[in-house]
Ligand binder design. Structure first.
Ligand SMILES: *[C@@H]1O[C@H](CO)[C@@H](O)[C@H](O)[C@H]1NC(C)=O
Ligand SMILES: *[C@@H]1O[C@H](CO)[C@@H](O)[C@H](O)[C@H]1NC(C)=O
Ligand SMILES: *[C@@H]1O[C@H](CO)[C@@H](O)[C@H](O)[C@H]1NC(C)=O
Length: 200
């Protein structure tokens, strides 16, 4: 019977939709402003909290941290499986490194990629849904800025409740290994012994 067989076909479709809805709704994002106490800034080299009045859109919740000082760093301890770091990027910015836990340090250039207000500085997905420590350091020359506005954390990795779908859902939840916005070749840093390469 034709109608009967068609309604049967809806069952796997409904199950699939229910499955992916349960996965999607289990993830949530939390925004940490740059003023959050979880973010520890070096005092020497120093940071400032000046806000550039012309910046549009203005920084998230009206605050940001910036430093033109080489070696200025910020450490942030968080719980989650993905992290997205935003700030202002422009031509007077320079190199900066991002280190999560004891994995390799990734160097990015503030002058490339998305520019201006609330630009994505760096992100990493597919981490274990656990505690992590991020360290960002200004590795530019004196006067080259590093600006931090806010950080978005994704929490809530859940293992699928249908075991036979695990390999499929695993692929969907963890599509990439460490990723980052910039793809330009990493520059060698004269003061560092270990020169990590960004994957092509
Ligand atoms: C969390 O934020 C990132 C970056 O904006 C976005 O790609 C992702 O879809 C968001 N996830 C959720 C569950 O809202
Ligand atoms: C830090 O951010 C988290 C997540 O938004 C929030 O729950 C907490 O209250 C914030 N703490 C401060 C001191 O702003
Ligand atoms: C936004 O700033 C106000 C003070 O202007 C502060 O009370 C509030 O906690 C801030 N919100 C976040 C999410 O940091």
């Amino acid at each position: 019977m034709r109608e009967y067989s068609q309604s049967w076909m809806l069952l796997p479709i409904s199950l699939t939709i229910a499955f992916f809805t349960s996965i999607a709704s289990a993830q949530s994002n939390i925004t940490y402003d740059d003023t959050n106490f979880s973010m520890q800034y070096s005092t020497s080299p120093a940071w400032n909290t000046d806000v550039w009045a012309q910046q549009s859109p203005p920084p998230y919740n009206g605050t940001n941290h910036g430093s033109p000082n080489p070696g200025a760093q910020m450490t942030f301890t968080f719980t989650g499986n993905a992290i997205y770091i935003y700030g202002y990027k422009w031509t007077d910015h320079g190199f900066r490194t991002f280190l999560i836990d004891d994995t390799r340090e990734i160097q990015c250039d503030g002058r490339t990629g998305e520019q201006g207000s609330r630009a994505l500085l760096f992100y990493r997905t597919s981490m274990s849904d656990a505690d992590h420590t991020l360290t960002i350091k200004n590795t530019g020359t004196q006067g080259q800025y590093l600006n931090l506005d806010y950080v978005v954390i994704t929490q809530g990795f859940v293992r699928p409740f249908l075991p036979f779908l695990f390999p499929l859902s695993h692929l969907i939840i963890q599509p990439h290994s460490a990723t980052h916005p910039q793809r330009e070749p990493i520059k060698q840093h004269p003061n560092r012994r270990n020169h990590w390469q960004i994957d092509p």
